[in-house]
Ligand binder design. Sequence first.
Ligand code: HEM
Length: 219
Amino acid sequence: MLAATITQNTALWYASRATGVVSLILLSLVVILGVLVNRQARLPGLPSFAVTGLHRSLSLLSVVFIAVHIITAIVDPFVSIRAVAIFIPFTSAYQAFWLGLGAVAFDLILALIITGLARARMSRRLWRAIHWLAYLAWPVALVHGIGASPDLRGGGLRALAIACGLAVGGAVIWRIAGTIREVPRTERAAYTLAKTERGAGHPARSRGHDTHPEDGPSR
Ligand code: HEM
């Protein structure tokens, strides 16, 4: 009986840690794919709409893993974490600061989910502004993982955390470089007109500079 209880508790602890690591990997992929969608880039062998689909599907999957990570951490009797600490940062008696960062990342992700569901009823500008929170949620979740658990500070998991950091960092730098090269909004009309004149007879060539694949139909 005692052995069964210990095994069950250990399983919860391992489940929480394992799903934490998987959540981090999935979140990293979601951010990288989000950058690819924004830059209208493709993955080898996939059309660009598939990149958008993959971005959405992996976002949903990451939410499932984050939920399991948090629930197993709360249910696990090895440490006592009150449910309120999931949403309200820095209220956990156990590892207040590091779990507080986990709660901040979770709140940011909740904001992304809610605005994602209400997207049809929101202005495009507001939705995009809130979507920028994804760039904040990722490093906060990474620092939470590294701070809360010694696992990510050594061995194979440290290599994994570094690989995630390098991959997301590279994607973000590429994203920023793309923004710098973009024509400023105020100059776009003149730019598009000049391009259309140059490519007269090929209007398709001048399309697509002012739209974003995630934007949907303009209102
Ligand atoms: C975006 C949300 C989150 C992500 C991506 C995330 C990810 C991680 C990762 C990668 C770890 C290290 C796992 C390991 O041991 O190897 C971890 C540890 C942990 N996380 Fe999270 N986490 C998130 C939110 C939360 C929240 C909201 C809570 C609860 C309030 C929480 C509770 C914990 C606990 C208890 C640990 C283990 C601490 C220890 O080893 O003592 N996490 N998390």
